[in-house]
Design a protein around this ligand. Structure first.
Ligand code: SF4
Length: 486
């Protein structure tokens, strides 16, 4: 079957980070205008291609296509199916686009994947423009669904992990498909399918061009605001070091200079991290890299090996500098562990990115002020702060929905308000929407526009490329912090 994996544009932002299959997406401003290549959707397209389908990918968001341009392509190419990874804050926009595309290609089946269809399948199927939802891990479900649609008749009705409306207008939600046991089975995402004329921008990248990789799925933690464990399972599944190194080598051969590992738990297995670091040196890979970690998943031996293997930045989920707030969201880390992890990174000269939230259960003005002081003390290279948001699939969402059924499927939180407006936060904190919004921008001003911090950045700039990147990032952060953009 001829298929299109579409990354649709959003009217709210030209650079939405649409590459994560669960949880929240970012529209870029708070972290200085970031863009990511859609590697998770490349993986889906690669799997379909390897299974004999005429599979195509269109990064209409990256290419900044208008709806008319997408319609023109879809009308011309007459795809049999169109796949869109959607989210809580884009599901309505995405459904509207799919509905428009059906006008020029009425026979095309539309399939949406991701956490919103997984945790809100009925509300998703109720939207005009959507024929199928795929629940949880998408690759093999889409492989089986596209094969069944190709076969014709009722074959699609038996595909596990799929939901649809039957001929009587009743929703049918099939049982979950099993999760993929061995992630090494999945191919290397074929990056030659990405548009060649886009330079995906990201200010924390040191060497362009960069690409992203996903090497783990699932999480053993139980953070109440996160939908990763219910989506990908409560165990961590890993691609082996060998497979990770093979993909890095492939990326290097395509001309990439930096890898951004997008999985939250890259460091969950120390043994695997050390094997990857040894492999990078043995294969003489000339790639710098970035990864994410929990603060209690690093130690000096690991950080030393990572630094020697050209890791230049680690992103940590810090969330708060107040133990009570961390405990309230069941983060299962201590403030002391955070302090220690940042201290070690400073010692090994690895840059850090602290991800933080305000407006969590129990938050007060005092805890926000304490968090900000703590963040300045641990001295990350960059920060992002957002307002804690209850998303479908999370324990926090269930708690709110039990008392406030008007939260519905959560999709009132669209990209225009994400992270800068509160969303049912009054259920678990006494801070008003105005207070939370004001605090977010105040934190950015207070952290980023300190003379000492700015001076440190100026001293780091050692090339024209870096100057351009830092200036562009700084302008975006300035706009956000001083309320000129969101
Ligand atoms: S550590 Fe917490 S926030 Fe991170 S992926 Fe696991 S459950 Fe989600």
């Amino acid at each position: 079957m001829k298929t299109l994996t579409l990354i649709p544009p959003s009217k709210f932002s030209k650079n939405v980070a649409r590459d994560l299959v669960y949880g929240c997406w970012c529209k870029g401003k708070r972290i200085a205008g970031i863009q990511f290549p859609p590697v998770s959707q490349l993986m889906v397209t690669t799997v379909l291609k390897e299974n004999g389908h005429d599979a195509h990918l269109l990064d209409a968001a990256g290419l900044q296509y208008s709806l008319d341009q997408i319609k023109e392509q879809v009308g011309r190419e007459q795809y049999g199916a169109c796949i869109v990874l959607t989210s809580t804050m884009t599901v309505q926009e995405d459904a509207d686009i799919l509905n428009e595309l059906k006008q020029v290609n009425p026979g095309m089946k539309t399939i949406v994947t991701g956490s919103q269809p997984t945790f809100m399948p009925h509300a998703t199927l109720a939207r005009k423009g959507i024929d199928f939802v795929a629940l949880r891990e998408q690759e093999y479900i889409l492989r089986d669904l596209i094969a069944a649609l190709d076969q014709g008749g009722d074959a699609f009705k038996k595909v596990l992990g799929v939901g649809f409306r039957d001929e009587n207008g009743q929703d049918v939600i099939n049982p979950y498909a099993p999760l993929i046991k061995d992630l090494d089975e999945l191919p290397i995402a074929d990056r030659t399918m990405l548009p060649q004329d886009i330079d995906y921008f990201n200010p924390i990248i040191k060497r362009m061009p960069f690409t992203t990789m996903f090497t783990t799925r699932g999480c053993t933690a139980k953070c109440t605001y996160c939908s990763s464990p219910p989506f990908y399972g409560e165990k961590v599944r890993f691609r082996t070091a060998e497979k990770v190194l093979a993909e890095m080598e492939y990326c290097q051969n395509l001309g990439y200079k930096e890898i951004f590992f997008r999985d939250e738990l890259f460091t969950a297995s120390k043994k695997r991290v050390l094997e990857i670091c040894v492999g990078i040196k043995e294969r003489k890979l000339d790639l710098t890299w970035i990864c994410s970690s929990r603060v209690n998943n690093v130690d000096p031996e690991m950080l030393k090996a990572m630094k020697e293997a050209s890791c230049h930045l680690i992103r940590f989920g810090v969330e708060s500098g107040v133990q009570e707030i961390l405990d309230n969201v069941r983060k299962d880390i201590t403030v002391e562990e955070t302090r220690q992890a940042f201290q070690w990174c400073h010692e090994y000269k690895i840059d850090t990115h602290a991800h933080c939230m305000i407006g969590s259960p129990g938050e007060t003005q005092e805890t926000i002020d304490t968090s900000l002081r703590f963040i300045k003390e641990i001295d990350p290279t960059v920060i992002t702060f957002g307002i804690t948001t209850p998303y479908p699939g999370t324990a926090l969402f269930d708690e709110v929905a039990a008392v406030h059924p008007e939260i519905g499927d959560g999709s009132q939180m669209d990209l225009s308000r994400l992270h800068t407006d509160s969303f049912f936060n009054q259920f678990f904190t006494d801070l008003s929407n105005d207070e939370l919004s004001r605090n977010i921008r105040h934190i950015y001003r207070s952290f980023y526009f300190r003379p000492g911090y700015l001076f440190k950045w100026l001293r780091r700039i050692n090339s024209w490329e870096e100057f351009k990147r830092v200036t562009m990032a700084g302008a975006n952060v300035f706009d956000f912090a001083f309320n000129r953009g969101d």
